[in-house]
Write a protein that binds this ligand. Structure first.
Ligand SMILES: NC(=O)c1ccc[n+]([C@@H]2O[C@H](COP(=O)([O-])OP(=O)(O)OC[C@H]3O[C@@H](n4cnc5c(N)ncnc54)[C@H](O)[C@@H]3O)[C@@H](O)[C@H]2O)c1
Length: 246
């Protein structure tokens, strides 16, 4: 427990469970008020965090919904000052069977979502004169899993977007960075990759040969959001147990 983020408000997308719930809880434990944006019920996250959490039902790909949600956060909790673009989908699909509709859906949630949420948050970050934009990509970008071609493309786009945002926002005391997790044990990851021993297979390729848990990503998120990290921007922090060396 610390108060490094006291007085700040964070928006975490995809906070109904998995990594997003863990990130929301960690930011709240560091003293931030946290608003969660998700299409799914966030009752589990609300129970875990308590009064510091504001759940907002919103589809991050819908600009009008996102604008309304951001205004609600500003009115109810102040800010926002921190944006964690975490909502995303990662269905494994063989490349030959990936339709353009599959590709468009993945790009819509994984790229248009962060684009829309960051754009809607920007006036508030600017008004505060301080901001942290953190987007959750994936170690898939460095490893290139064969059944995640569309997904890997979407997460690589997020890295490019972050670099341009870092250039745009650097003079305004707003940083933009990416965290790229390796395969991490969440319910969705278990459904899509864990059932056939995928966790153990991936863990065996890591220098730290154990399965990652959501808590393994928390210290990196807090480091990037810390008030002392204003000189860290445009970077991709690869938190994958050493599966890939950049
Ligand atoms: N778990 C892993 O192994 C892993 C590894 C690397 C990267 N990631 C990335 O981390 C993020 C979280 O993954 P997770 O495993 O916690 O998955 P998850 O399915 O638990 O979380 C994703 C959340 O996003 C929400 N969401 C989806 N579409 C949305 C939309 N249009 N609007 C609002 N909310 C929406 C879902 O309801 C869900 O709660 C994703 O971006 C994923 O690509 C995960």
């Amino acid at each position: 427990m610390s108060d490094r983020l006291a007085g700040r408000t964070a928006v975490v997308t995809g906070s109904a469970g998995g990594l997003g719930r863990e990130f929301a809880a960690a930011l709240a434990a560091a003293g931030a008020r946290v608003a969660g944006f998700d299409v799914a019920s966030q009752s589990g996250t609300a129970r875990r965090i308590g009064a510091a959490f504001l759940p907002v039902t919103v589809d991050v790909t819908e600009p009008s919904q996102v604008a309304r949600a951001m205004a609600l956060v500003a009115a109810e909790a102040g800010g926002p000052h921190i944006v964690v673009n975490n909502a995303g989908v990662y269905p494994p699909i063989p490349f030959e069977k990936t339709t353009l509709d599959d590709l468009r859906r993945i790009l819509r949630i994984n790229v248009e979502g962060p684009f829309t949420v960051t754009q809607a948050a920007l006036p508030y970050l600017r008004e505060a004169g301080w901001g942290r934009v953190v987007s959750i990509a994936s170690g898939a970008v460095f490893v290139g899993p064969p059944d995640l071609v569309a997904y890997t493309a979407s997460k690589a786009a997020l890295i490019g977007m972050t670099r341009s945002l870092a250039t745009l926002l650097g003079p305004e005391n707003i940083t933009a960075n990416v965290i790229a997790p390796g395969l991490t044990r969440t319910e969705t990851a278990t459904r899509s990759t864990g059932a056939d021993g995928g966790f153990e297979r991936v863990a065996a390729t890591q220098r730290v040969p154990r399965v990652a848990e959501p808590g393994d990503l928390v210290s990196t998120l807090l480091y990037v959001c810390d008030p002392g990290s204003g000189f860290l921007t445009g970077q991709t922090l690869n938190v994958d147990g050493g599966a890939a060396f950049l």
